[in-house]
Design a protein around this ligand. Sequence first.
Ligand SMILES: C[S@@+](CC[C@H](N)C(=O)[O-])C[C@H]1O[C@@H](n2cnc3c(N)ncnc32)[C@H](O)[C@@H]1O
Length: 237
Amino acid sequence: MASDDTSWSTAEAITYDEFAEKSFSWRCIEEPSLRSLIEPCISETTAALDLGCGGGRIIRLLERLGMPENAIFGIDSDQTLIQIAHQKYPQARLVCQDITQTPYDAMPKIDLATAHFVLQYLSVDDLLQCLAELHRLLTPVGYLAVGLPHPARVAQQAGVSYFAGGRHRIPAPWGGLTRSSSLTVSDYLNCLIEAGFALRRIAEPDIRKCCRHESGAHAYAAGPTRLMVLAQARAIS
Ligand SMILES: C[S@@+](CC[C@H](N)C(=O)[O-])C[C@H]1O[C@@H](n2cnc3c(N)ncnc32)[C@H](O)[C@@H]1O
């Protein structure tokens, strides 16, 4: 992530939270794509879990899409970000926990899971463990929406081959460096399939038209910069 790549100081967590919702990539690339993926999955009775919830920008989107705060669960390992999210969304049920520590105790069945910009930090083994836990928690018709830095962009930013393997350090748009696994698109999709999910939609969203003249656009113009996946839990046959 930033200084030691594994955890943020309080100041770094606050910096990230101030950056997150106003950022070009969120407003102009990720939010419209995630919204269109999950909007059809939400009803009055939906219960959702946001993995790696940070300061709560996905919780805010879920609320905007009509979900009551108290039907939203969140897990994040960063104490500062969980506190920030709790201040903004006092009725959301937030837990400070590492997502690789499964099972997620006391979590009820959920209809929708979101994991936006968090799974890229995990090794393949941890990723598979997390996905298996989400699959266990989701109802059979429940959905999982995953947002990732596009693996081709990660490789390009790290200056290595797409197939290099290992872990990369890449510039974080909120400052410093962040890390990412070097999993390819097919690695991520195959992990989802291996965990029992059926792939429903895959998106490599471009910059929305109304943002293309903003100064931040040039950094994302060469695309693809984001990989978004909607998967559905189903009984493993
Ligand atoms: C780039 S931020 C994204 C936060 C949020 N999903 C959003 O879109 O704003 C990554 C988040 O994942 C959390 N995180 C990273 N590794 C984690 C882990 N192993 N367990 C729980 N949270 C983790 C960080 O604390 C941070 O809040």
